[in-house]
Design a protein around this ligand. Structure first.
Ligand SMILES: [Zn+2]
Length: 359
């Protein structure tokens, strides 16, 4: 079976931190200059080739992990399938075709990858893939776009069965092969593709992007890039991991204050050192508590915390929670304006402990 997927492979998503969407998260779609600015030169080459009607039928995106190879392939797919592309050729993000790509249900986007728990792409998968690629696009005069990743997962017979499709291009079909190991591909595959190399970009602009678009402090951004050999999406993934670890720790402390097992002053001192991260997490839990206090079946953001938040919400009044939420929001607004964050956090945590004590 082929996997029809799109929109999930743009590197790590932004689900880890409230208010900080990842490159392709959310309903809208970011421009390449916002989502993957280090790939703008690659994008321009592709967009110009398309504008001149010279887009290669087979592309090989090669380079180390975390560079955005698959993300750019998805970006290209959206551009080709969108009904209302922008002036620079990017997908609009809102038309029915863009929305179907987000929903991973677009019939003209094919994705070929190893099946779950299997290392290789099998020959019968490739045959099925080639048959599907040959079907007419769902829109008249439209494209059918295919992504093969990791391309080196095709064994010799699988790769050989793809050769015919690469040798006899069909109009309106674009295949993007993605690999971290171009040397592991058959030379006959490599030679039939237009190769695009993804090398680690200059670090300063990427660090600036991590600060600007992802809200990561500059020193942290530089450390992340050093740890990931300058691969932007790998740095972002590492940041997401750190955020999730922070979320775990902050939740434990927040709960501890409520249960009287953690000292509000110690916790406030620790959180003040961490900037606004802990404040944002608590705000997201308070928002969910308000929702749950009003309706136990309400949709919430922190789905993994539903049992414990639901239990807490049963004993708390929505009005008191709303008031508390407003005060945490005010402190978030004040943070960074020279106020003593630790003092403000102490007051908030004392009130939180008192509110839970009354419950
Ligand atoms: Zn569109």
């Amino acid at each position: 079976m082929l996997r029809h997927r799109c929109g999930t492979a743009a590197g790590p998503g932004g689900s880890g931190h409230p208010g900080r969407p990842g490159p392709f998260a959310g309903g809208g779609m970011k421009r390449i200059s916002e989502a993957l600015p280090w790939l703008e030169p690659h994008w321009r080459r592709l967009a110009q080739a398309r504008a001149r009607d010279r887009l290669p039928h087979a592309l090989l995106f090669e380079g180390p992990p975390g560079m955005g190879k698959r993300a750019l392939a998805h970006h290209l797919a959206r551009a080709l399938l969108c009904r209302r592309p922008s002036a620079n050729g990017e997908g609009c993000g809102t038309c029915p075709d863009c929305r179907r790509l987000y929903g991973e249900t677009h019939p003209d986007f094919l994705e070929l990858a190893p099946e779950a728990d299997r290392p290789a792409i099998r020959v019968d998968q490739v045959r099925d893939f080639c048959t599907r690629l040959g079907l007419s696009p769902s829109a008249a005069g439209g494209y059918r776009v295919a992504l093969i990743h990791p391309a080196e997962a095709m064994n010799r017979s699988a790769a050989n069965s793809l050769l015919k499709t690469l040798e006899e291009p069909m109009p309106g079909r674009v295949i993007v092969l993605v690999t971290e190991q171009p040397g592991a591909l058959l030379p006959t595959i490599r030679s039939r593709c237009q190769r695009l190399r993804f090398l680690p970009p200059e670090r300063a602009p990427v660090a600036a992007w991590l600060v600007r678009e992802q809200g990561i402090p500059r020193e942290v951004a530089e450390t992340l890039l050093a740890l990931t050999d300058g691969a932007p999406l790998a740095a972002l993934a590492l940041a997401e991991e750190a955020r999730l670890a922070e979320r775990e720790a902050v939740f434990t402390q927040w709960l501890g204050v409520a249960q009287g097992t953690a000292n509000p002053f110690t916790v406030a001192a620790a959180w003040a050192e961490q900037g606004t991260g802990p404040l944002r997490w608590v705000l997201s839990w308070l928002e969910d508590l308000v929702r749950l206090a009003m309706a136990p079946q309400a949709r919430i953001k922190n789905v993994d915390r539903r049992p414990i938040l639901g239990e807490m919400a049963r004993t708390l009044a929505p009005g008191a929670l709303l008031e508390l939420h407003g005060r945490w929001l005010e402190v978030l607004r004040l943070a960074g304006t020279g106020v003593n964050l630790q003092l403000l956090l102490e007051a908030l945590l004392m009130d939180w402990a008192a509110l839970r004590g009354k419950a």
